[in-house]
Write a protein that binds this ligand. Structure first.
Ligand code: GDG
Length: 477
């Protein structure tokens, strides 16, 4: 069996803050735990000068190799281009995407540095699996260094609509780099269609229904691999945690009230302000829920160094304070807002104790919280999942109450329906969703991806892209 080499910006290193919330690190940790191999990425540290060598550690069958980022690369690659341009653009937040050529140059520079450090660690028959938007040009850089292995890519976030992507001044360079991979994995069929449509509109190649792309002188395969969770493990965790000290204290503090729970990294893609507005609308239009329902939003800080994230935090604090000011009673606080991470077992116990999982991102690649909420439920008395139709998970969890996160009234109505849903309907919906999360697990995800990467025909040797293909169609005439 070939060794698996995973590359991701964040690496869940042994002994380093395990509670850092983030879907990619959570998912890859499960996959690497099962298969072993090399996990390469950023150490999480920033240094003044470029690192000489990766730091190597071995633990539990996994070799961890990490490098520090220089201050310039952290600013240009991580903050400016990856999180200041690609993240908002791919989440259709064009007004937040702030392009500077220096950021893109730093992005290419850092990818070159990652490739330079990774190449000497590679063995001939390694399968290389690169993750997420930070590393779109990494295959091209590895190819330039002579790496001939199969290289796959998985995008954890949604692929943007062609109209959005073309607003990025370097969109053609970015997609031509993406097409240097042998297999492009995306979360949903919608994402695959969006990539295909972009390639057709921009006349960058021909595509076939099976996800086969002929572009820029080579063939690439693109397919959907919806990510899953370790369902049985999370169910067990929730079952065990229901009698933990924290979960018991939570239940006591609720004094019989129903709990609505939201859990997200504090990010504007997660729709937290709209969610709070929907809860306020519920209190306004269905006053019978006052003093009977509590909404707890867990939102650990993420990317707190970026100004957009600081203002989001202020907005959420303002809304939570406003709702509590408007409705609270001396013995009831409607909104509990926790601006910190909880440990995974505590979270699992809290999910099991909640009547409603309120998961309403404005756009999300998949959303693992939705799947974890389903896994955590008590089969005899399950809670209801209210889920945004714009989360990738909505394609699979069709028995959730699907909502449009931009429609505050409809979200409030869905909350009311969830809170008053009879037990037999709750069980029927939960059973259908549980079947889905039990069959498409994290093991199925990584095994099917790696199988496909090993199978996909070795791509034509990469050539330099003819310059006319990097220009927009109109400019080619
Ligand atoms: C990206 C994509 C895609 C959250 N708060 C706490 C905590 N978490 C954990 C959750 C879950 C993970 O973090 C979040 O995963 P999501 O999938 O919901 O979201 P992103 O971080 O944006 O992940 C996403 C994912 O990658 C995987 O491909 O689904 O679309 O954006 O596991 O439980 N964990 C702990 N304490 C918290 O307070 N311990």
């Amino acid at each position: 069996m070939s060794r698996l080499v995973c590359v991701s910006n964040r690496v869940a290193q042994p002994g380093k803050s395990p509670s850092r919330a983030g879907g990619l690190a959570v998912a890859l940790r499960e996959a690497m735990k099962e298969r072993g191999g090399l996990w390469f990425g950023w150490s999480g540290d920033v240094t003044k000068s470029a690192p000489a060598e990766p730091r190597i550690r071995h633990s539990g069958g996994i070799t961890y190799a990490t490098i520090d980022l220089t201050e310039e690369d952290h600013r240009d690659f991580y903050e400016d281009f990856s999180n200041g341009v690609l993240w908002p653009l791919f989440h259709h937040q064009l007004n937040r995407s702030d392009f500077h050529r220096s950021g893109y140059e730093g992005y290419l520079r850092a990818n070159k540095a990652f490739a330079r450090h990774l190449a000497p660690l590679l063995q001939d028959d390694d399968l290389i699996w690169i993750h997420d938007y930070h590393f779109i040009p990494l295959a091209a850089e590895l190819r330039r260094l002579g790496v001939r292995n199969r290289i796959g890519f998985f995008l954890h976030i949604p692929f943007p609509a062609a109209e959005m992507l073309t607003a990025l001044p370097v969109h053609r360079q970015l997609v031509s780099d993406l097409c240097k991979y042998d297999l492009i994995g995306l979360q949903t069929e919608d994402d695959v269609r969006a990539l295909m449509r972009y390639l057709i509109d921009e006349e960058m190649g021909s595509v076939s229904a099976g996800g086969h792309i002929e572009t820029l002188g080579r063939s690439v395969h693109a397919a959907a691999f919806p990510i899953g969770i370790d369902t049985d493990h999370f169910s067990r965790l929730a079952h065990m945690s229901q009698e933990s000290d924290e979960t018991r204290r939570l239940r006591e503090s609720l004094a019989g009230r129903a709990l609505v729970i939201g859990t997200d990294r504090l990010d504007y893609s997660k729709g937290i302000p709209q969610r709070l507005e929907a809860f306020e609308k519920l209190m306004t239009d269905w006053p019978e829920h006052r003093s009977r329902v509590t909404f707890m939003q867990v939102a650990p800080v993420s990317r707190g160094e970026l100004s957009q994230y600081r203002s989001l935090r202020q907005e959420i604090e303002g809304l939570a304070g406003h709702i509590n000011g408007r409705f609270a009673e001396f013995d009831w606080t409607p909104v509990r807002y926790l601006n910190k991470a909880l440990s995974r077992d505590v979270l699992a116990g809290f999910f099991r104790s909640s009547r409603v999982g309120f998961v309403t991102p404005v756009r999300d690649g998949m959303n693992l919280v939705a799947k974890e909420y389903v896994a955590a439920q008590n089969p005899e008395d399950p809670g209801v999942l209210v889920l945004s139709r714009f989360a990738g998970a909505a394609r699979e969890l069709t028995d959730a109450l699907l909502v449009n996160p931009y429609d505050v009234d409809a979200m409030a109505a869905a909350l009311n329906r969830a809170l008053t849903m009879p037990l037999d309907e709750r069980i029927a919906r939960w059973t259908a969703m549980h079947d889905v999360v039990s069959s498409n697990t994290i093991t199925v995800w990584h095994e099917s991806y790696v199988r496909e990467l090993a199978r996909v025909r070795v791509a034509n040797p990469p050539r330099d892209v003819p310059p006319h293909l990097l220009r927009a169609p109109a400019a080619q005439a």
